[in-house]
Design a protein around this ligand. Sequence first.
Ligand code: E4P
Length: 218
Amino acid sequence: MKLFLDTGILDEVKQAAEWGILDGVTTNPTLVAKAGRGFKETVLAICDAVPNGAISAEVVATDYDTMLKEATEIASWHPNIVVKVPLIEPGVRLVSTLADRGVKTNVTLVFTLTQALLAAKAGATFISNFVGRVDDLSGDGMEAVRDTVNMVENYGYESQVLVASVRHPLHVVQALQCGAHVATMPLGVMKALFKHSLTDAGLKRFLEDWNNAGLTIF
Ligand code: E4P
């Protein structure tokens, strides 16, 4: 499963990129606004920090013609950019057009299997299923992920299922169990994937024993 970082903050991207496990970055208008720099500047800096990654950058218009202009502009900035498009009627139309032109897309704000079907049929590269926002309303966000993975596999759609709105490591575990292709998460969640108290305690003990014995490597 690919791991994407969900952020507009360059320092966070650089930190995760150093671990060598980062496959891409997702941004959205809220995250870019929080980052406090210009949109193009932010996205290009992220592209530089993750040279082989898929970097999602979102259109903000809601009518087809303006969305197409924005998508064309955004896609021209860097070859690794994936144009992020909301699941609305002109958005699905836009994804079909971009797929015909060979432009990669990430369909965002997908909550149901029927929305995912439309994205897959339009030729989306990624289908972003939001789980945390559904869980926040006492739903089961992972249900649509499970169904979408099955749909993509059963019908041979080429879209990758991307688990978004990830709130904690259990969402990552569940994404793996569902067979999702990608999970995107904030830096805090990605850092939490490293953690186990037995790892910390075990390492402490190893180092104490080593040092007490006066051992060295060099
Ligand atoms: C995905 O691409 C979105 O940017 C993101 O996962 C939304 O997460 P949130 O529900 O925590 O805002």
